[in-house]
Design a protein around this ligand. Sequence first.
Ligand code: 13P
Ligand code: SF4
Length: 363
Amino acid sequence: MNDVVTMEPGAQLAADTMVVKQYLDQAVRTSPLDPAEQASYKKRIKELLTEKNARIVAHYYTDSLIQDLAEETGGFVGDSLEMARFGTKSDADIIVVAGVRFMGESAKILSAEKTVLMPTLEATCSLDIACPIDEFSAFCDQHADRTVVVYANTSAAVKARSDWVVTSSIALDVVEHLMEQGKKILWAPDKHLGGYIQKSTGADMLIWDAACIVHEEFKSRGLLDMRKLYPDAAILAHPESPNDVLEIADVIGSTTQIINAAKNLPNEEFIVATDKGIFHRLQQVAPQKKFIIAPTAGNDATCRSCAHCPWMGMNSLQSLCDSLEMESNQIEVDSELAKQAMIPLQRMLDFAAENKLKTSGKA
Ligand code: 13P
Ligand code: SF4
């Protein structure tokens, strides 16, 4: 069984479009930093990190300047599972999460005693927007016989309503584990990731209808054309991509799994179907290899289909510096909600530890 539940597309699209528009309006006003400004922001951020015993945790899709700064200052760059783990292990008093809101919320839920800041609180995710708690909760109530597995790209309230939280690096293993126990699954919100897991495992999954606005734009037709140009290239795809893209991919995995595949496979060329922010790390781990972005429906640097997440793009050196200076944009999660959401989040971390799942996963 592989039902897809249809959401109210109008409301969802309106909210989604509004936030993208806000970003684009802001993007027009913000001019790129010149090297002197970059150096000045970096210097101030370094001073603040030391003064305040703070660390930056950044996602691979964020600005390369932020990724480098996180690494240089004892912070961390990783996929969403590794980012969640980092906060729990760090002795920092303040964690600055450069990514999108669900990442900040997960860090806060898992490390309630720490102050968690974000360069902007506006950075959301189309999957989070498309899974409002009231509709989701009603859906769960209608299917009370199913184990509720939600992707980490959701609000704290949706996590609190779930039995398991998973990220893309661990989702397959968790669903296989649940299948072995004979469980039927209610999956939300990403229909492409859910469909991929359903197909790979044969699990009985009821799947919510939502998608990532970035990955949804990768097109199999363009990818096949590109493969003709680069016949020796391996195709690496994030599982948020549509099924026809995943069908022609050589490796499907989380951001870290994609990076590991690029490093470990013998190929010299790769076509990559995920946010282009990842190219910074890909070039670092395999400088001699060639990475080509998979084609999308969009065609410029500020459209919503250009293989760059508009919300990840909201993280800048300036906004990071300001939030750290003023300790603004603090993530707050209601304590009762946090207690509930902690259970499935911790279950995921414990499962990963018990099964010695490194995020190199299956790639
Ligand atoms: P990863 O868990 O692979 O980092 O993915 C997070 C995400 O939002 C991808 O779009
Ligand atoms: Fe969400 Fe897609 Fe952006 Fe990832 S890339 S944060 S899934 S909108």
